[in-house]
Design a protein around this ligand. Structure first.
Ligand code: PLP
Length: 377
């Protein structure tokens, strides 16, 4: 089976596995315990905190360990709702992941405003600038890169606008981290990340918070993490996350993603040559080097392509991992203006650092032969 669903989750990187095993053997103490074994675990976590802060360009004390990006997002909206004035609004891009959409709606109810996106899936900066002339939200949230289309969002500009206007800015950097350099993300007030998207273990993540003020916690209990998030820290998981991120940041530093972008682009050229019915979403926009969201020839039901490709030995997705378990069409594609019929033809291919050019070729050949046989339905 060839795996093309890295945006849903990535396999554990060997360095992460080694760090996890080492931590289980060497850092067995509770980081909050007063003895030397506790101190060793605490020191290992402090080092990991410093490493992550260096990658993001922020202060180590601005980092909170969490169980993943969904918890991080929930922390942000819970916090913002407690500080907001009555009926204070949050503005979130129309293509946010459910991990952001759902807590925004839960904590802000009808005071959630959707920032429109272009038909290519880019958040409309002008809408934000114009709307800010009339209103001041309690928080603006825009992801760094979309999980379905891979289209990069103007988060650097939004972070700068928000900083100038002193409006808190939250960036879900789940799909960006480990694929593109993290070093400017520290400029955002809040940043969420999730280890399993870049080769770390599942159930481990973080939230970057502003230096000023105290985060309103969601999980109450002991005094861990300065009271921001109670509960004994997942030392092996966190050290494994940093081991994976270190590998990815090193590869990025060596520009190893550039050649992978070429492989993806070559795949897209060959894919669109198969049939005039095939097109790529956000083709002309800057996108993650690993993601291709394509409209394939009509199969009557979008799961047929997934099933056919599965049988042919390829693991692909219909969009976000959350959406693929349900029959509902992708909300991101809907707000970009695509019809339900078009959305039913959308298939996402997302590669990893490990994916070879020959695997991309095999995928294209597999799609071509399924399309030729025309027995998709
Ligand atoms: N944000 C984005 C953009 C994602 O793609 C995902 C996972 O699919 C999440 C948030 C949720 O991450 P986690 O699995 O760590 O809760």
């Amino acid at each position: 089976m060839i795996y093309f669903d890295y945006n849903a989750t990535a396999p554990l990187h060997p360095a992460a596995r080694a760090a996890w095993l080492e931590a289980c053997e060497c850092f067995i103490g509770n980081p909050s315990s007063p003895h030397r074994m506790g101190n060793r675990a605490e020191k290992a976590l402090d080092d990991a905190r410093q490493q992550l802060a260096d990658f993001l360009g922020c202060h180590p004390l601005e980092l909170v360990w969490t169980s993943g990006a969904t918890e991080s997002s929930n922390l942000v909206f819970n916090h913002a709702s407690q500080l907001a004035r009555p009926r204070g609004e949050v503005w979130i891009s129309a293509i946010e992941h459910p991990a952001t959409l759902a807590p925004a709606r839960h904590y802000f109810k009808k005071s959630v405003r959707s920032i429109p996106v272009t038909s290519a899936g880019v958040t409309d900066l002008n809408w934000v600038l114009e709307s800010l002339k009339k209103k001041r939200p309690a928080l603006i949230a825009v992801m760094a890169a979309n999980n379905e289309t891979g289209v990069l969002q103007p988060w650097q500009s939004l972070a700068a606008i928000c900083r100038e206007k002193e409006i808190p800015f939250f960036c879900d950097a789940v799909q960006w981290l480990g694929k593109l350099p993290a070093n400017e993300l520290g400029q955002c007030d809040f940043v969420s990340g999730s280890a399993h998207k870049f080769g770390g273990p599942k159930g481990v993540g973080f939230l970057k918070i502003p230096a000023k003020g105290k985060l309103k916690p969601l999980i109450l209990g002991g005094k861990q993490q300065d009271g921001h998030r109670a509960g004994t820290e997942n030392v092996p998981g966190l050290l494994a996350m940093l081991a994976a991120l270190t590998e990815r940041e090193t590869a990025l530093h060596q520009n190893q993603h550039q050649i992978r972008l070429t492989w993806r682009n070559e795949f897209e050229s060959r894919l669109t040559a198969i049939s005039p019915e095939i097109s790529i979403v956000g083709l002309r926009e800057e996108r993650l080097w690993n993601t291709c969201l394509a409209f394939l020839p009509d199969s009557g039901c979008r799961f047929r392509w997934v099933v056919k490709l599965d049988k042919a030995g390829f693991a692909v997705s219909t969009g976000s991992a959350c959406a693929s378990g349900q029959e509902e069409p992708s909300h991101a594609l809907s707000v970009m203006g695509y019809s339900p019929a078009q959305i039913s033809r959308a298939i996402r291919f997302s590669s990893g650092w490990e994916t070879s050019p020959s695997e991309w070729t095999q995928l294209q050949v597999g799609i071509a032969s399924i399309a030729e046989n025309k027995d998709i339905a």
